[in-house]
Ligand binder design. Structure first.
Ligand code: 5AD
Ligand code: SF4
Length: 462
């Protein structure tokens, strides 16, 4: 490496030309991890590319939550094997990395099923990626340890990610719901300290981020070290984040009903940055099925909790996750799920057919629900949830909302942003509004987005 004035930075010349393609599947935790892996690779001289054909490193950040998600990875790896062969013929090396939860769950097995893979790395050890890539020159490597060191202490600084950003505050899960692989792939619950989270938030805001979504598999079980050394709650953490100058909005996901502390409910009333939106998975409305799922609460306990949250923040928009066709689920159990959805009214939701996952208690059960019944129930549930989502969006028409502008819109002269209730909105305004809050009258509700008209700034207070 020369000190030539033409060299743009202090990286080896060949490294400057290298490109990394990082693809993420599944949840927001994975999206966050994928971004951090891109940071790790950038520090090694790899620039990001969206074109897989030109990538010297391909990272698939995988999801293991349902069978379909896991199988997608193997079909992608099949395609990558062909691509790697073609690039090799042209004299170019390609490293293929499998990261994330399939890597954690299947480890070495991936090497035998997918011959093109060079590195398998779990969600707790990706800070070691540079070392693993070096070691892969001698042979294929697998690292699925839960290392003693904290990966966050070993990651390079984060880089700009637009107006909204995810920030991992908690990882892992101790709940062991009977259907779920997360406690096995992501390990036990661990929280980052308030100081570490605030520091990362400050850096994000300095890079232009205005809305931060705090993420964790069980984010409301957050119990990181606080300023006084005592464990802090998520409510306390959000109070500390509200002091970060320039930060406009806070969201958090995903929560468990049993960890919903009073001070978190109170935060929705007193912390102006906390948006009136809550994703709170319930999975089923049947007490029998909730018990079999090891959720450790009833349908009515969920209803009561929602009532208390609505008392604190009457306009809160609710979202949830549902599983249909859990083993042993009868028509009567499913009817209870439909009743709960009708009682509560959701602004958004995710619903899935139960998918047996090896190693989880539910996968051992012999009373599986037939696929055709799962399909029917899912369609029925989604019809109701879609109708609720449409009604929620229709109800916004005619109201004025403060929109955080995130990017330019689909048409020239338009921008796109979100309401406090996480609804996408398009409206006419210059790109200079990106990163600011703009008052908008909602005039129409489309299938995936609302449409609005910008109001003078004074209308925001109205
Ligand atoms: N089958 C179907 N859905 C599942 N989920 C988790 N595990 C399974 C499974 N085995 C769903 C739950 C969870 C969401 C992230 O994925 O609804 O809240
Ligand atoms: Fe999985 Fe249940 Fe933990 Fe959520 S709370 S990650 S569904 S085990």
């Amino acid at each position: 490496m020369s000190g030539s004035p033409a060299a743009p930075c202090r990286l080896p010349r060949d490294a400057i030309l290298k490109k990394a393609y990082v693809k993420s599947y599944g949840c927001q935790m994975n999206a966050y991890d994928a971004g951090r892996m891109a940071d790790v690779l950038a520090a090694e001289g790899y620039s990001a590319t969206e074109a897989v054909e030109e990538a010297d490193i391909v990272v698939l950040n995988t999801c293991h939550i349902r069978e379909k998600a896991a199988e997608k990875v193997y079909s992608e790896l099949g395609r990558l094997r062909v691509l790697k062969g073609e690039r090799a013929e042209a004299g170019r090396e390609t490293k293929i990395v499998v990261a994330g939860c399939v890597a954690q769950a299947e480890g070495r097995e991936i090497l035998s099923r997918a011959p093109a893979v060079d590195v398998v790395v779990g969600p707790q050890s990706y800070h070691r990626l540079p070392d693993l890539l070096r070691r892969s020159r001698e042979g294929r490597v697998v690292d699925t340890e839960f290392p003693l060191e904290d990966k966050f202490d070993h990651l390079p600084a984060r880089r700009n990610r637009g107006v909204t950003g995810f920030l991992t505050v908690q990882e892992g899960c101790d709940k062991f719901c009977a259907f779920c692989v997360v406690p096995y792939t992501r390990g036990a619950e661990v929280s980052r300290s308030v100081a570490a989270v605030v520091e990362e938030a400050r850096r994000l805001v300095a890079d232009g981020v205005r809305e931060i979504t705090l993420i964790g598999q069980n984010v409301n079980a957050y119990h990181g070290d606080g300023a006084d050394g005592a464990p802090a709650t998520l409510g306390i953490l959000m109070d500390a984040l509200a002091q970060v100058p320039g930060l406009l909005r806070l969201r958090y996901t995903t929560s468990h009903p049993n960890d919903f502390a009073d001070d978190l409910i109170a935060a929705h009333a007193h912390n102006p940055l906390v948006m009136p939106y809550l994703h709170l998975p319930v999975q089923s409305g049947s007490d029998r099925i909730l018990h079999a799922m090891n959720r450790r609460h009833t349908g009515d306990a969920y209803r009561r909790l929602i009532a208390r949250i609505r008392d604190a923040r009457p306009d809160i928009a609710l979202s949830s996750d549902f599983i249909v066709g859990f083993p042993g689920e009868t028509d009567a159990d499913f009817a209870e799920t439909m009743r709960l959805v009708s009682d509560i009214g959701f602004a958004a939701a995710f619903s899935f057919k139960y998918s047996p996952r090896a190693g989880t208690p539910a996968a051992e059960r012999e009373d599986a629900v037939p696929e055709s019944v799962k399909t029917e129930r899912l369609a029925e549930l989604q019809k109701l949830l879609d109708a609720q989502r449409h009604a929620f969006n229709e109800a916004a028409v005619g109201t004025v909302a403060e929109i955080l502008v995130e990017k330019v819109g689909r048409h020239p002269g338009q921008v796109a942003g979100k309401t406090p209730h996480l609804q996408a909105v398009q409206f006419d305004a210059p790109a200079s509004t990106i990163g600011t809050l703009v008052p908008v009258r909602i005039v129409r509700s489309g299938s995936n987005s609302l449409f609005g008209e910008r109001l003078p700034d004074a209308a925001a207070a109205a």
